[in-house]
Design a protein around this ligand. Sequence first.
Ligand SMILES: C[S@@+](CC[C@H](N)C(=O)[O-])C[C@H]1O[C@@H](n2cnc3c(N)ncnc32)[C@H](O)[C@@H]1O
Length: 231
Amino acid sequence: MESFKLDRKLAQLALLQRIELASAIQKKVRKLFGRYLFSKIFSKYTININKISKSYYNIMYSEYLTIKKYLGASQNILSIGAGIGGLEAIINNNFNIKNFFFIERDFISSKVKYGWDNENNEAYNKLNELENFLVSNHVEKSKITIENFDKKNFPQVKFNLITSLYSLDFHYDFETYRDYLSEVSDDKTVLIFDTIRADYFKDIFEDISIIKEDNNTLHKSKRIACRKFKN
Ligand SMILES: C[S@@+](CC[C@H](N)C(=O)[O-])C[C@H]1O[C@@H](n2cnc3c(N)ncnc32)[C@H](O)[C@@H]1O
């Protein structure tokens, strides 16, 4: 498999979640007509679905390679802000994961912005589309649990791996989830996320390694793998 199965709605969500998928013309259109019209109309009707399916797959495959060494059979994995779930579909093709849990949001902001958001008001997902994507891309429905962040009904499971790519501590404060994550982690749980302040986590975790550095993004973030909450 070298591309994902996407329809127009899923391709639009992938584009909003991964703005690097936008063509040069789409970026110009966004500048010219503004974020509102781009989020509502142009992101949906100016896309080449096949091209997005392939490029989104390639991006998510390279993300998968950054976390591969933390994966193993029979894991319970939690993804925070997974978007439509490309990373998890690829993990599922390569490992016999026990369960995939997701915490995401169920709305698309009217003017999608990509900076740090203290209020955590921005979102660009639909939970039914997340499930639709996963099932269409071969993740068994029985392995999937999806929770809405805004309903605060979070899964109470000890996780082997918790991932949050370009979401937690990239767009909004880690503290939003800190207490919950410490409850659902044990000393072996690995938490992987992209942050703009890696040093901040030296006081929170016993072990931290930097597994990716992004100098081309607006934020110049680092992807860190952390273990063992300090008491
Ligand atoms: C930039 S996208 C990244 C999506 C995906 N991880 C990827 O790498 O393609 C950020 C995602 O975080 C989600 N999000 C925003 N606030 C959230 C929260 N408090 N909890 C969980 N997800 C959140 C958004 O809806 C969006 O899907």
